[in-house]
Every structure is written in structure tokens, then in C-alpha cells.
Design a protein around this ligand. Structure first.
Ligand code: RB5
Length: 151
């Protein structure tokens, strides 16, 4: 799996912890910033990483900001992206099995590194269940298509 990651300053420290986990687990990723000590707008970094998923260059993205909320909002503006803030093992599980999340959004000001790493492991391992969930996801994308057409 080709993984893109990005953070703003409020997610930077948590990103560092998750990066250490990914490296120790031998999971490849590309970090689209930000770097240490910068105060940046999460919009720019989230958009950069997630646009690479839309283009097909990467399969999924993990984004970090203070809460996970701003990054999820940005990512969900992109076609084909299902960005899910997750805060525990249950939300991590269903974000994949039910929502088919392709973008995980984590909050550096609300999660410990232990919690975040548990979430990342689950999110990377779990598969979409399909079935009734497939029908719902198809409706989301049909809605996206319809709303964009009417502009
Ligand atoms: C930055 O201070 C903070 O607002 C941002 O990281 C994020 O939490 C937004 O949702």
C-alpha cells in the first residue's frame, strides 16, 4: 500500500510518533510536511497529501492536525475521498469495515501516541465488508457526482 501522510504544526508531534511506528513496522510512506517548528495552515498540507490519493499516486492518506477535524473536512472536499476522524479502536475498525475510509484523520491534541498507533494499526489492517455498506458508499459517491454536476 502506498501511504501519504501530512500534518500541520498541531499534529506534528503525533505524526512523528506514528512515523516511528511505521518505520519500525516496515510500512513505507511519503511525508508531505509540515516540518518541525512551523506554524502552518492544515488546509495546505492536507490538500497536498490527499490530492496524491485522488490522482492514484498513493492509495491512502493519514493526516494529523490538532483534532483531526480540520484535516477531515479538507480531505472530504476531494472526489473519491472518505476521510474519517477516529478516536478509538471501535471507530478505527468501522471506519474501514463500514465506511471504507481511505483517509485517516488524527488529532495531536486529543490522542496519546499509544492510542494513535493502535488506531493506525487497525485502520491499515481492516478490510471493507462490502454488502449493505457498499450500497451506502455508492450512494455517497452518486450524491457527490450529482452535487458537482449541478454547479
Ligand atoms: C491549529 O491550531 C488547529 O486549529 C488545527 O490543527 C486543527 O485542530 C483544526 O481542525
Amino acid at each position: 500500500m502506498k501511504l501519504a501522510i501530512a500534518s500541520d504544526h498541531a499534529g506534528y508531534e503525533l505524526k512523528k510518533e506514528v512515523v516511528a511506528y511505521l518505520q519500525s513496522a516496515g510500512i513505507a510512506f511519503t511525508d508531505f510536511g509540515c516540518g518541525p517548528g512551523e506554524s502552518v495552515d492544515y488546509v495546505d498540507y492536507g490538500a497536498e497529501a490527499v490530492s496524491r490519493v485522488v490522482s492514484g499516486e498513493f492509495d491512502r492518506a493519514i493526516l494529523f492536525c490538532g483534532t483531526g477535524l480540520g484535516m477531515a473536512v479538507v480531505a472530504n472536499k476531494f472526489p473519491g475521498i472518505i476521510a474519517t476522524p477516529c478516536w478509538d479502536e471501535f471507530t478505527a475498525t468501522v471506519s474501514r469495515t463500514h465506511n471504507n475510509s481511505n483517509c485517516l484523520a488524527l488529532g495531536g491534541r486529543v490522542l496519546s501516541s499509544e492510542q494513535a498507533i493502535k488506531i493506525v494499526k487497525i485502520w491499515l489492517e481492516k478490510d471493507f465488508e462490502g454488502g449493505r455498506h457498499e450500497r451506502r458508499i455508492k450512494k455517497i459517491f452518486a450524491l457527490e457526482e450529482e452535487l458537482h454536476k449541478s454547479k
